[in-house]
Design a protein around this ligand. Sequence first.
Ligand SMILES: [Zn+2]
Length: 189
Amino acid sequence: MASEDFNPSDWKRLIRFLGDDPERPGLLETPDRVAKAWAAWTSGYGQNPAEILKVFEDGAEDYNELIVVRGIPVYSHCEHHLAPFFGMATVGYTPDGRIVGLSKLTRLVDCFSRRLQVQERLTMQIANALMTHLAPRSVGVVIRCRHMCMESRGIRTPGEETVTSALKGELHTNLGLRTEFLELARERA
Ligand SMILES: [Zn+2]
């Protein structure tokens, strides 16, 4: 929200355009609040996946099994309607000598979800960033989200989830590993 051709008072024009009076007491503080909220919702633009993943942890040189974090919250906005979509991500990988702190996976999801997105690209970007910056043997990402732009306009059943997945490396090619990961992702987001 750093552009010189947009400032919080422009939200007043939007409120007026929507049919309300931006000068009524309940809405007076709204433009500033909305500007702050959007800064948080799009804070991913200021984050760099290479920075998030640059510090590795020791102690797992011989660990070759799946590492999976489930229930990572996803809060994003669709780039077609600026409407929220939100849900949970499961992120997993099989390391090739390097592991990262589990909280880094949550930060990585935040980095890409706190932007204007489509769920398919969000899923791929998380998987690709892990492949590029951690260089594991494989990566798997499953995301389940509810999209307000669809639900609130009656195109979809309320509560319906969109599920996307990206599988890289041996998680893509090894059927046993793939099944194990997708089972874990199915139970909880
Ligand atoms: Zn949308």
